[in-house]
Design a protein. Structure first.
Length: 276
C-alpha cells in the first residue's frame, strides 16, 4: 500500500474519532433530523455516543414530502431514538412565500428557534444540524441562521465532506449511504416566484412519479406552469423513453409544459441566476 493511501485511511479514521469525541463533549444533544444522508449519520453517531441523552426533531411542513417524514420516523423507531415531530409551516413566515434570495435563512431561523425551545424544555444543552464541508462551497443562507443561533455543526467541525459521510454510513450499515441528495421543495422555485401549497404539491407529486419510475437523483424545478426535469445525464434516454407517461402525469398534476434540462441534475441550479 502506498504512503498516500495509508495517510488517507488515517485521516478518515481520525475524523470519525474526532466526531465521536466532539459529540461526547456536548453531553446532551438535540439533532435537527431530516432523514437525509448527513443528519442520519450524525444522529446515528450521536446516539451511539450519548445514548438516551439524544433527541431527534423533524419538521413537518408542506415543503417536506411525506415519504421523507415516514423514513425519518422509521429510522428513529428502529434505532429506538426519541423522536419529536414539530410543525413548521414556512408559508406563514412573513416574506417566505415571496421566495426572496434569503428564503432559506427565514425558514431555518424560524425552525431553529422552535427547536431551541424544545431543547430547553427537555433539558438538552445543545442543538446540532447536519451540514458538511461541501455546503460551504454553495450559496447557503440557512447557515447564517445556524451561526446566529449558535447551532452546532459537528460534521463541519471535524471537516467531513459528503463523500466521507456516505462511506462512513455504508460502514455503519445505514441504508441512507447511497440515498439521493434532497433539499426542501421550496428550492425548486426560481427566486421571486410565489411559493404556494398547491405548487409545492405539484412538485412533490411530479418528483414522486419519477422516483416510482426508478430515477435515482433528480429534481423537478417549477417555472410558472413549466416543469423542468433534472436527472443525471446517463438517465436522459430513460426520460425520453418514458416521455409520454411523464407528460401525461405532469399535466394531470397541473403543469402545462414539461421539459428536460440538458445540463442534467446539479445542486443549487436556482442559485445560478444570482450571479447574473
Amino acid at each position: 500500500m502506498e504512503f498516500n493511501e495509508y495517510s488517507e485511511i488515517f485521516t478518515q479514521v481520525k475524523k470519525y474519532n474526532d466526531l465521536k469525541k466532539y459529540i461526547l463533549g456536548l453531553k446532551s444533544l438535540l439533532v435537527a433530523f431530516s432523514g437525509g444522508v448527513d443528519s442520519t449519520f450524525l444522529l446515528k453517531v450521536a446516539h451511539d455516543v450519548l445514548e438516551d441523552n439524544v433527541i431527534a426533531v423533524t419538521a413537518h411542513s408542506a415543503s417536506f414530502p411525506q415519504r421523507e417524514l415516514n423514513e425519518a420516523m422509521e429510522f428513529c423507531r428502529f434505532e429506538r431514538i426519541r423522536h419529536i415531530i414539530v410543525d413548521s409551516e414556512e408559508l406563514n413566515i412573513d416574506g417566505f412565500s415571496h421566495n426572496p434570495a434569503n428564503r432559506c435563512y427565514l425558514c431555518k431561523h424560524e425552525l431553529f428557534e422552535k427547536i431551541l425551545a424544545i431543547a430547553e424544555q427537555n433539558n438538552i444543552q445543545y442543538v446540532a444540524e447536519g451540514s458538511n464541508m461541501d455546503d460551504e462551497g454553495d450559496y447557503r443562507p440557512g447557515l447564517q441562521a445556524v451561526t446566529e443561533l449558535h447551532i452546532k455543526s459537528p460534521l463541519r467541525e471535524v471537516g467531513l465532506n459528503k463523500e466521507e459521510i456516505r462511506a462512513y454510513s455504508r460502514q455503519l450499515g445505514l441504508r441512507t449511504w447511497n440515498k439521493q441528495s434532497f433539499a426542501c421543495l421550496s428550492s425548486r422555485f426560481p427566486y421571486g416566484e410565489e411559493i404556494t401549497e398547491k405548487k409545492l404539491g405539484m412538485v412533490d407529486r411530479a418528483e414522486q412519479f419519477l422516483l416510482d419510475l426508478g430515477f435515482h437523483q433528480l429534481r423537478v424545478r417549477i417555472h410558472g406552469e413549466i416543469a423542468r426535469i433534472e436527472v443525471l445525464p446517463d438517465e436522459f434516454e430513460k426520460v425520453l423513453s418514458c416521455r409520454e407517461r411523464i407528460t401525461r402525469a405532469f399535466k394531470e398534476y397541473g403543469f402545462h409544459y414539461v421539459t428536460m434540462d440538458l445540463q442534467g441534475y446539479r445542486t443549487g441550479s436556482m442559485n445560478e441566476t444570482l450571479a447574473l
